[in-house]
Write a protein that binds this ligand. Structure first.
Ligand code: HPA
Length: 287
């Protein structure tokens, strides 16, 4: 376990140096792949794969649908590093460890981060298979004392009190929406608020109702720690949720969300997600 490790600046620098010595790619773009959304990495040319196990002090990922490798390569000729397999709170990782790879990416030269996830649809208008651009988030763990920025602040990353009101870059959102129009994939494209829970249990009916009442459109168990740290260290962020299920809002409903269903729906729409990301990447870097 890596739970005893303090991820201070020097240790993260060491990880970044190790990775830089193992790849010829100098990434400008970082991608964190959500459950079942790893496929984009197969479109990266000259792919160089580094297993988390080989990286000194790197955490391990333990979830089905999450591989545990970094892929360096060219996505539409943009130098990219992608994480297949992220770190979640429910695996026992501290928030700053969930977000550690983002700081590693920053030191490798990444400027833009695309974060994807699978999420439950709280908004009654949402359907399984919808893709939601994240316009904002509610981090319940963050609000209640489990922020990845808790503790000593190293100014080399960013300020003690960073602003998160513009965490999800409006320009990137506009460009992504344009890409969707150009590819004829605007149908089922949503824009909403992502609510982060620690999991791993899916939510109770009362919890789903609460989150809806609080203004959330989708719920998931990742992303906000990574985004908080990304904004803190000056990365531009685009967040995408693939709605894999509608959350259960009625006490008499007998449906139950499950990870298999999440992966199945993700698999069905992963291709569209990849098309969108691919096109988006070329519009932001190649023009
Ligand atoms: N709840 C939380 N996380 C999720 C869900 C959900 O319904 N679906 C996919 N990830």
């Amino acid at each position: 376990s890596t739970n005893h490790i303090t991820y201070n600046y020097e240790r993260i620098e060491k990880i970044a140096r190790f990775l830089a010595s193992r790849t010829t790619i100098k990434p400008k773009l970082g991608i964190i792949c959500g459950s079942g959304l790893n496929g984009i990495t197969s479109q990266m040319k000259d792919g160089q794969i580094i297993k988390y196990k080989e990286i000194p002090d790197f955490p391990q990922s333990t979830v089905a649908g999450h591989d545990g490798v970094l892929v360096f390569g060219l996505l539409n000729s943009v130098p990219t590093v992608a994480m297949k397999g992220r770190f979640h709170s429910y695996e026992g990782h501290a928030p700053e460890k969930c977000a550690l790879p983002v700081r590693v990416m920053k030191l490798l030269g990444v400027e833009v981060l695309i974060v994807t996830n699978a999420a439950g649809g709280l908004n009654p208008d949402y359907n399984a298979g919808d893709i939601m651009i994240i316009k904002d988030h509610i981090s319940l763990p963050g609000l209640s004392g489990d922020s990845p920025l808790k503790g000593h602040n190293d100014e080399r990353w960013g300020p003690r009190f960073p602003a998160l009101n513009r965490a999800y870059d409006v320009n990137l959102i506009k460009k992504f929406e344009n890409c969707a129009r150009q590819l004829n994939l605007s149908e089922g494209l949503r824009k909403g608020v992502y609510f982060m829970v620690s999991g791993p249990a899916y939510e109770t009916v009362a919890e789903c109702r609460l989150m809806q009442l609080l203004g959330a459109d989708a719920v998931g168990m990742s992303t906000t720690h990574e985004v908080t740290v990304a904004v803190h260290c000056g990365l531009k962020v685009l967040g995408l949720s693939l709605v894999t299920n509608k959350t259960v809002m009625d006490w008499d409903c007998v449906d139950t969300p499950n990870h298999t269903e999440v992966l199945e729906v993700a698999a069905k729409r992963a291709g569209d997600m990849e098309l969108l990301i691919n096109h988006f990447v070329s519009t932001i870097f190649n023009s």
